[in-house]
Design a protein around this ligand. Structure first.
Ligand SMILES: [Zn+2]
Ligand SMILES: [Zn+2]
Length: 97
């Protein structure tokens, strides 16, 4: 861990960039939504990453829901087949309740 600013070797680093972890002094820190950054590029990169993570989470949520529906359908079909088999066996007199 470097203790001096990357841009000013005689200034002590007080913070680091949230995106690239570069050590930064007070003069170099750019604040964006409460996070420290070294450059505009890192800010936009971080914004993109956050957006990607949110999109990924959203996609994951959606696919979880789809999986749940698919499982529910399989379960309903299974119950339907089971009921059909039981009905068939009852009709044939194989099992009696
Ligand atoms: Zn950076
Ligand atoms: Zn600096």
């Amino acid at each position: 861990m470097s203790k001096v600013c990357l841009n000013h070797p005689d200034s002590p680093a007080t913070d680091r960039c949230t995106a690239c972890f570069k050590p930064l002094c007070d003069d170099c820190v750019l604040l964006h939504e409460g996070h420290s950054f070294c450059s505009e590029e890192c800010i936009s990169q971080s914004v993109r990453t956050t957006e990607n993570i949110n999109q990924f989470k959203l996609a994951e949520k959606r696919s979880n829901f789809k999986r749940f529906i698919a499982r529910l359908f399989k379960f309903i079909i299974f119950i339907g087949i089971l009921a059909g088999v039981v009905y068939f066996l009852m009709k044939k007199g194989v099992i009696k309740f």
